[in-house]
Every structure is written in C-alpha cells, then in structure tokens.
Design a protein around this ligand. Structure first.
Ligand SMILES: C[S@@+](CC[C@H](N)C(=O)[O-])C[C@H]1O[C@@H](n2cnc3c(N)ncnc32)[C@H](O)[C@@H]1O
Length: 207
C-alpha cells in the first residue's frame, strides 16, 4: 500500500478554511501564519520558553508550516484545543479498563520505512490504544511524538482497510468489533497534537 492511498495529506489546491479564517490557497494561508510566527520570534518572553530551539529565525520559519506545524512552541495550541477539545465534565462518566493486549507489530510497513528514526513506534501498535480511550473527533496529545506516528495513527482510525488489517471486523455503520465479536470502538479520525523537543522529529512528523 502506498502512502498516497492512505490519504494522509489532504492538502487542498483551492480555497481553504483554517482556524475560522478563509484563504484562497494553502500558500496564502501559510504566508499569513508565517508572518505571525515571525512577529512572535521577536518576542523575548516567547523565546524564553524552556526548550526553545537554538537556531536562526529564518531557519525556524523555513521548516514551519503554521498553524499546523511550527519548529518552536506553537502559538495556536490553545486555539486548537478550544476549537476541538471538550471541557472535562465530572458529571459525564468516563471509565475505561486499562488497555492490555498484544500490540507487537512488524516494522516493514511503508509508512515505517518512509524515513528512519531511532525510536520509531509502528503506527499500527498505537492505533490499538487510541480508539479504546477516545471517540472520533476527540483530541489526542502526544508530548513525545518523535516522527509523529501517533498523528498517523489518529488519522488512520478512520481508514476501514487499515483497521481491518489490524484484525478487527468493521460493521457498515462504522462500529468495530473485537476478537470476541463485541462492539469495541468507532471508526473515525481523532485530532492529534504531536509535540517534540527535536525540530528534526517534528519536521519529519509534519510531512
Ligand atoms: C521514544 S521517542 C518517540 C518516538 C515516536 N513514538 C515515533 O514513533 O517516532 C521519544 C521522543 O521524546 C523526545 N523528547 C525527549 N525529551 C523531551 C521533552 N522534554 N519534551 C519533548 N520531547 C522530548 C525525543 O526527542 C524523542 O523524539
């Protein structure tokens, strides 16, 4: 299976909407947000955030694709969480047993081989955890994302073929049954926030 078949990068060539604003193209969206990152890089308090990359502004901007990916602390994180997150409601019960299953996976999937990283985790191993704890559309934070395999996994939770290849049966309306034939989770992408100290990792992850 090639990566393009997996529809990971749904980049539009026409007008786009991003964080509530409309842009005629992805290029215009990127230029708009790059200017805002450039302004932030002049803010000495912003640059004092622990772990701030050691690098020239022009290099930080060159590998950023804001607001989706920034090679420095992302100024739009709060907007993203506000837009897509659901505030915790103590009256709404949330209970999950700890997920305990064999998640061993081979390392020869084309996504795994697309680039190397010293501690890469196969996305199919992560895919088994995400639906156990979350519903489609919910936010998943990975504070140590490396090359972003959690981001890949959250997207592929919407991909029927990928889920079936994990060994699950998928009903027509999107309910996924576990090995015992019991409803297990719902097909649908989750929204990932992948974060890492390493700009090299997040650059690969953003591709
Ligand atoms: C085990 S790797 C994650 C690999 C990832 N699951 C993947 O599949 O590519 C751990 C990552 O944590 C990052 N890291 C280490 N300390 C960190 C910190 N304090 N804050 C953010 N990231 C950190 C490292 O740069 C490394 O990429």
């Amino acid at each position: 299976m090639s990566q393009s078949n997996l529809n990971l990068a749904n980049k539009s060539t026409g007008s786009v909407e991003c964080l509530g604003q409309k842009f005629p193209s992805e290029e215009v969206r990127r230029e708009h947000f790059l200017k805002l990152v450039a302004q932030k890089l002049k803010d000495s308090e912003f640059c004092k955030i622990e772990g701030f990359p050691i690098g020239k502004d022009e290099d930080i901007l060159a590998v950023s694709d804001p607001p989706y990916c920034t090679a420095c602390p992302n100024p739009w994180l709060a907007d993203f969480v506000k837009g897509y997150g659901t505030p915790f409601d103590p009256k709404k019960p949330y209970h999950r047993e700890p997920f305990a299953a064999d998640v061993s996976e081979g390392e020869n999937h084309p996504i795994n081989n697309a680039h190397s990283y010293h501690t890469k985790v196969p996305h199919r191993a992560i895919m088994k955890y995400i639906p156990h704890y979350t519903q489609p559309g919910e936010v998943v934070f990975d504070g140590f994302c490396g090359t972003g395999m959690t981001g890949v996994a959250t997207q592929l939770c919407a991909n029927r073929t990928e889920v079936q290849e994990l060994g699950y049966r998928v009903q027509d309306e999107g309910t996924i049954l576990n090995e015992e034939g019991k409803p297990f989770f719902k097909l649908g992408a989750r929204r990932a926030i992948p974060n890492d100290l390493s700009p090299a990792a997040t650059f690969i992850g953003s591709r």
